[in-house]
Design a binder for this molecule. Structure first.
Ligand SMILES: [Zn+2]
Length: 191
């Protein structure tokens, strides 16, 4: 009887919404769209698109290719795509957004929302080398070329170790995967 009543009064759980665009993964979209959108613009504010460097590609963790490919194009076209992302409740501010294989990489974890770090690393390997040179070195003057090399070599290793310990991505960090080659990148955004 009680279970029948429960069934009668249980509110249906809304099905998680799938992402309307291939540059945001379903797992991120499901979290972003839990609440009603108040904004009428793209949830991705002032993205900093950066083509990954040859070194970034070499260092990056690599998982399997999957999902709908993002279209190839110029940085301007990619920026237009990000701008065309439908409004949703959550979003991100000034993210570094990797462009790999001439296409937008797909956002798979936005500051903790999306696939877990543990799942991502289980599938693609450790993200210790998955940072973008541009993210680490822009707006910054190194003391020496050696200093610069050390910073790029270190990447986000320390931060990632803390994330593993704490069980999630910290504020200000996002993870992307190129659906064309499977490479995974970690990059910062403003909080
Ligand atoms: Zn790629």
């Amino acid at each position: 009887m009680i279970s029948r009543l429960r069934r009668l009064f249980r509110r249906p759980t809304p099905a998680p919404l799938s992402s309307p665009v291939p540059w945001v993964d379903d797992a991120v979209w499901a979290v972003w769209s839990r609440r009603q959108a108040e904004s009428t613009t793209s949830p991705i504010w002032e993205p900093r698109l950066r083509e990954v460097s040859a070194d970034d590609r070499l260092r990056a963790a690599k998982g399997a290719q999957s999902g709908i490919f993002c279209p190839r194009g110029t940085l301007e076209q990619h920026e237009q795509l990000l701008r065309s992302t439908p409004p949703v409740a959550d979003g991100m501010l000034r993210p570094y957004w990797p462009v790999c294989c001439e296409a937008l990489a797909t956002l798979i974890n936005a500051e903790g929302a999306g696939h877990t770090l543990a799942d991502i690393e289980a599938a693609a390997g450790p993200l210790d080398g998955s940072h973008l040179e541009a993210d680490l070195t822009e707006d910054w003057t190194p003391n020496s070329p050696q200093h610069l090399a050390e910073v790029v070599q270190a990447g986000y290793r320390e931060e990632i170790a803390l994330m593993r310990r704490d069980g999630g991505l910290g504020d200000g960090f996002n993870v992307f995967q190129c659906r064309r080659c499977g490479r995974v990148y970690i990059a910062s955004c403003e909080t």
